[in-house]
Design a protein around this ligand. Structure first.
Ligand code: ZN
Length: 243
């Protein structure tokens, strides 16, 4: 079984399409696992949801999805994120809102557990350092965990009662073994590691390997659509910089 693991699409249809095309060219996938924040920031919430549904994706709910469907307030969002999520909420069809409302916040897809934030706080907490990693490993019932939310790729290894964060390098094959670990595939629609190219991972259960890849996409097309619907200029610019 091969799984395409991706996160933080953020309504960026061109980026999502480029990732799916690239994964298809690299041998394809049987399952598509999405780690949340399908919507927010970008101009195409509906078409991104449609594409995920066409691929029978297993998505979990992210914090932007949560606010877009009115289950949480945007009070912790900065002005640009707030403006974008209000636009998103007003531009989701009733069917898309219903789809997002039905998503779980955590899914077991053996041997992975999928969650947006952490296993302690599924939707909002950022997994960036030792304490949050240890808390998630404490609660982890499968061998591996896949998280999103930070838009930063990494592999975190359990190391006794410590954790070690290592680089999840591009185009390198990592062998997965008995060791428990947490991975973040990076972001599709708004990378924040100073590289604007969408990032994703391919997991192969037969080979027990995982690889991370990046793709080029038609970024200007996304930016033009954002301008057309008056999304904040700051959000349009940051796509170029990968921040
Ligand atoms: Zn996000």
């Amino acid at each position: 079984m091969r799984a395409l693991i991706l996160s933080d699409i953020h309504s960026n249809l061109e980026a999502l399409t480029a990732v799916i095309d690239d994964a298809t060219e690299r041998g394809g996938f049987d399952s598509l696992w999405c780690l949340g924040d399908t919507v927010g920031y970008g101009p195409d919430p509906g078409p991104c949801i449609k594409l995920l549904r066409q691929h029978n994706a297993l998505p979990v709910l992210g914090n932007h999805d949560y606010v877009a469907i009115g289950k949480a307030s945007a009070e912790d969002f900065n002005y640009a994120a707030k403006a974008a999520i209000e636009w998103t909420a007003n531009n989701l069809s009733p069917e898309d809102a219903k789809y997002l409302s039905g998503l779980p916040t955590v899914i077991k897809a053996e041997p992975f557990t999928l969650v947006h934030g952490t296993l302690r706080d599924h939707v909002n907490e950022y997994l960036l350092e030792r304490d949050t990693a240890l808390a998630t490993l404490d609660l982890l019932e499968t061998r591996y965990c896949a998280v999103g939310h930070t838009h930063l790729p990494f592999i975190c290894r359990e190391d006794g009662n410590k954790t070690t964060f290592i680089e999840f390098a591009e185009d390198r094959e990592y062998n997965l073994d008995e060791e428990r670990l947490i991975i973040n595939p990076g972001s599709v629609g708004q990378p924040r590691d100073r590289n604007p190219r969408p990032s994703y991972a391919l997991y192969d259960s037969l080979e027990s390997t995982i690889q991370r890849h990046r793709v080029e996409y038609r970024i200007q097309e996304t930016q033009e659509k954002m301008r057309d619907v008056h999304l904040p200029e700051y959000l349009i610019d940051r796509l170029n910089q990968g921040i």
